[in-house]
Design a protein around this ligand. Structure first.
Ligand SMILES: O=C(O)CCC(=O)C(=O)O
Ligand SMILES: [Fe+2]
Length: 324
């Protein structure tokens, strides 16, 4: 049975560390194999993660009408996502069993980049939880640093020019979804989140100790990542798969919350700057043939097609939907 390795990435934080090459090798093996890894030694304190889970719980504890007042709109993909609001693009018709709160890279109202790409802007911060903004932005900044460490390791492991991936993440379209999954009864059909691939470059999640995240192996089994307290689960998304010419794997995963407890998570989705065109930086592996994608266009299409009456067009890139 394939497994998801746990890798101590502290050698990446220390220039010239004797274990750097071995650590890069382990990360590359995980990302070219199952496409998932657990990481420890990130420098992010466990208390920081716990403080995040506390504010996420508080945000979903806000009374329903007040949450709806701050709901996401077609014009602004930020704010509250009510339970069952988006039906997956897989034709199954069964809505996922989560409520969410969408946040994007925080950009001031008057930032010049907003003229270049309308996807940038300030977040809609939950009114009832004033502490959320500081806690989330602090956590976000720490995960930006973790993402850059991992991207640096992947540049190294793939033999790419130093900085070629990392430089794409200046003024990124990185985003985060806060998620609450109520417990599902053992005989209840459907998913917390249906099986999908992530469309970003890489995702970093602090798994809820109640469990529920499952990853599909090449053999078709579903396995659960082990992740020590204070660690993170990291996975490759479609953008890094494309950049690497198919070497790094974007792997299907899903959430089913049969723990009997409320489950809270807050995945961080690393997405490059709007004008970055993602295309293979290495000769694609045999059988890997996907067109180049402009990140601003790709992100706009992901936002747009989440509304069930908005369908994908000929120029819509892959959207993480599984067809088998
Ligand atoms: O909540 C989780 O653990 C995973 C969520 C997820 O896969 C996603 O939002 O893309
Ligand atoms: Fe995902």
């Amino acid at each position: 049975m394939e497994r998801i390795p746990t890798i101590d990435i502290s050698p990446l934080r220390d220039a010239g560390h004797p274990d750097r090459a071995a650590t890069v090798g382990r990360i590359l093996d995980a990302c070219t194999g199952i496409g998932f890894l657990s990481v420890t030694g990130t420098g992010v304190a466990q208390e920081t993660i716990e403080a995040m889970r506390t504010v996420v719980r508080q945000i979903f504890d806000v009374p329903e009408p007040d949450k709806w007042d701050q709901a996401i709109t077609r014009q602004n993909y930020r704010g509250y996502i009510p339970m069952g609001f988006f039906t997956p693009n897989d034709g199954s018709g069964t809505p996922d069993r989560y409520e969410g709160y969408k946040l994007h890279q925080e950009v001031p109202e008057d930032a010049p980049i907003r003229a270049a790409c309308p996807l940038y802007g300030p977040n809609r911060w939950p009114r009832e939880v004033p502490a959320a903004r500081k806690t989330i932005l602090g956590y976000w900044a720490e995960l930006d640093a973790v993402a850059l460490l991992l991207l640096g390791a992947l540049e190294d492991g793939l033999g790419l020019e130093a900085g070629v991936l990392r430089s794409a993440f200046e003024d990124p379209l990185t985003n985060m979804t806060l998620l609450h999954y109520p417990p599902q009864a053992p005989d209840e059909d459907g998913y917390g989140i249906h099986p999908h691939k992530d469309t970003d470059a890489l995702t970093i999640i602090a798994p809820d100790p109640v469990g529920g995240l499952e990853v599909r192996t090449r053999g078709g089994d579903w396995i659960t990542p082990d992740c020590p307290p204070g660690g993170f689960v990291v996975n490759i998304g479609d953008m890094l798969e494309l950049w690497s010419g198919g070497r790094l794997k974007s792997t299907p995963h899903r959430v089913v919350n049969r723990s009997g407890q409320e489950r809270y998570s807050f995945p961080y989705f690393a997405v490059p700057r709007h004008d970055v065109v993602v295309k293979p930086l290495l000769e694609p592996i045999p059988g890997f043939d996907r067109p180049a994608v402009h990140c601003g266009h790709w992100s706009a299409e992901i936002w747009r097609t989440n509304w069930s009456d908005e369908t994908a067009g000929d120029d819509t890139p892959e959207l993480g939907t599984l067809h088998n």
